[in-house]
Write a protein that binds this ligand. Structure first.
Ligand code: NDP
Ligand code: 8X3
Length: 254
């Protein structure tokens, strides 16, 4: 029987690449995103229409998420893998100057959206005593940087939520992985800088960032390990990204 993977944020970047990777392997796909035309485009590109279910929904909308996942058509109802990928960063301003709406949007998407999708689908996995959740965290959840304020905080939540899920699931055949990419070139920076393509381009200038396909490959690998092997967390960075020394203020006037 075909396996089924739910991919949130399948209309762009990592999610789109994960969809392509698993489709090529013959999986059934449940694709989630807000942009209907992108869902249709991807579904057309992938072919195999009978194996693709597109859910045009906003992961921040609890009622929408639960309604959609509680009424999955029979052919898609045995979910094997949930990839909680939908997410975003908004702004890079210092904490005292950010738009509070941006903070709320990140919290609602990256934290609440992940919890809604997880809570809606986990009972299916528990009932089947089989399944896997791959959360897309970030290096920003472990390593602070100026302007990362709430974005990094949301990804730290994803990290600890993933670990705590593992504790709840002890004794069940359900795996949980937190995949933590660093800089990867997708629409991520364009979204962060509200459509400013020049600013977004500068994030990757002169470097060879990770690609969406790199992340899809990593997801594919953790999923296809033997079922007794749980990768708790996996951090990936481009060869052109490492840590910096701790910052020091050299202008102390006191
Ligand atoms: P993209 O901007 O290319 O893709 C983001 C995806 O999330 C889109 O498909 C978007 O779809 C979806 N999404 C956003 N908000 C919602 C929502 N409310 N409901 C449903 N879907 C939503 O970025 P990436 O592919 O890079 O990002 C994917 C994940 O990876 C995010 O969680 C991000 O934080 C994380 N990440 C990214 C890194 C990077 O450098 N690129 C590094 C580390 C982690 P739509 O707008 O159609 O709803
Ligand atoms: C994306 C990586 O460094 O832009 O999560 O926060 S970073």
């Amino acid at each position: 029987m075909k396996k089924t993977i739910v991919i949130t944020g399948a209309t762009s970047g990592f999610g789109q690449a994960i969809a392509r990777r698993f489709c090529a392997d013959g999986w059934s796909l449940i694709l989630v995103g807000r942009r209907q035309e992108r869902l249709e485009e991807l579904s057309r590109e992938l072919g195999r229409q009978e194996d693709i279910l597109s859910l045009n929904l906003d992961v921040r909308d609890r009622a929408q998420v639960f309604e959609a996942f509680e009424q999955l058509p029979e052919a898609f109802a045995k979910v094997d893998v949930l990839v909680n990928n939908a997410g975003l960063a908004l702004g890079l301003e210092p904490s005292w100057a950010t738009d509070i709406e941006d903070w709320e949007t990140m919290i609602d998407t990256n934290i609440k959206g992940v919890t809604y999708c997880t809570r809606a689908l986990l009972p299916i996995m528990v009932e089947n005593n089989s399944g896997m959740i791959v959360n897309i965290g970030s290096t920003a959840g472990s390593w602070p940087y100026a302007g990362g304020n709430v974005y990094g905080g949301t990804k730290a939540f994803v990290q600890q939520f993933s670990r705590n899920l593992r504790c709840d699931l002890l004794g069940k055949n359900i795996r949980v992985t937190n995949l933590e990419p660093g800089m990867a070139e997708t629409e991520f920076s364009k979204t962060r800088f509200k459509g400013d393509a020049e600013k977004a381009g500068k994030v990757y200038a002169g470097a060879k960032p990770l690609t969406a396909n790199d992340i899809a490959e990593a997801v594919h690998w953790v999923v296809h390990l033997p079922p007794h092997v749980n990768v708790n967390s996996m951090e990936l960075m481009s060869i052109d990204q490492t840590w910096s020394p701790l910052a020091v203020n050299r202008n102390n006037q006191s």
